[in-house]
Design a protein around this ligand. Structure first.
Ligand code: FES
Length: 273
């Protein structure tokens, strides 16, 4: 079968975390912050969504962690290999405007989404504060890049091995006590987005989260990415993936993320055999 999308550069960033630059001119030309692609490794492959983390010429960057069969298989590829399908850019772009002071927060592999959002906010005239956090220093990614883009950058680690010992939520709370912040973006695991966005509620600061439900088609047809926002059913792939954090039903999101845990485990075990 003809494979169309070449991996130009493949780098391991941290334990189980990889950065791929994929040649996809059509996607690169139209990609905006907050959007994603869906890729399929080969004709028998499953479709997985990955955030567009950066764009350079005709290539787009994705950063992923090996969490299941497809990401494990993706990690076996390297520069020069190609993948069968890359569809995108999908989803609505981030709502970028000149708000004043904006905070862009990434947790774990969710940090992958932050440079493009931070850069577009900066280009729009905002003062941009970045907060990136990970469990430990060796899992922190894109620190130099965010340092370059943001006006201020704070680093946190759960174990205190680098930066502030604690969570992004702690830094955000302190910042909100000290000064006015106009908009906040949070990208990371669902529980991290739930907890961190709770910090902005008393301050009434509009806060966006990028939701990561299971996706299949990415075009609003299959319903697998269904989420509830402000009591209404939304499809993350076409209505999001960014939503008003204070309106998201995180409990439902986390419950739906776990629906196929058994099958995902079986699939990974079969792949590893
Ligand atoms: Fe199918 Fe969103 S992924 S409707």
């Amino acid at each position: 079968m003809k494979r169309l999308y070449t991996i130009e550069l493949a780098t391991k960033l941290a334990d189980r975390v990889y950065e791929y630059w994929i040649r996809a001119p059509q996607v690169a030309q139209h990609a905006r912050a907050g959007q994603f692609i869906i890729l399929r490794l080969h004709e028998k492959g499953e479709r997985i969504p990955l955030t567009i983390s950066a764009v350079r010429g005709d290539t787009v960057r994705v950063i992923f962690m090996t969490v299941g069969k497809t990401t494990e298989e993706l990690a076996t590829l390297g520069a020069g290999d190609s993948i069968s399908d890359v569809v995108g850019p999908l989803g609505k772009p981030s709502e970028i405007a000149d708000y004043g002071t904006c905070c862009v927060i990434g947790g774990g592999v969710g940090i992958a989404s932050t440079p493009l959002i931070a850069k577009e906010l900066k280009d729009a005239g905002n003062h941009v504060i970045g907060i990136i956090g990970a469990r430990s220093a060796d899992l922190l990614i894109l620190e130099d890049e965010m340092e370059e883009i943001c006006d201020e950058l704070y680093v946190t680690t759960d174990d205190g091995s680098k930066g502030v010992h604690g969570f992004a939520a702690d830094v955000l709370k302190k910042l909100l006590e000290e000064r006015k912040i106009d908009r906040v973006w949070i990208i990371g695991p669902a529980i991290m987005m739930k907890v961190t966005s709770g910090v902005t509620v008393p301050y009434g600061v509009k806060t966006y989260v990028s939701l990561n439900p299971i996706m299949v088609d990415g075009t609003g047809m299959c319903g697998s990415c269904r989420v509830t926002v402000a009591g209404e059913t939304k499809f993350a792939c076409v209505d999001g993936p960014e939503f008003d954090a204070h309106q998201v039903d995180f409990a439902e999101l986390m419950q739906r993320q776990r629906i196929y845990t058994t099958q995902e485990k079986e699939s990974l075990e079969r792949f590893a055999e």
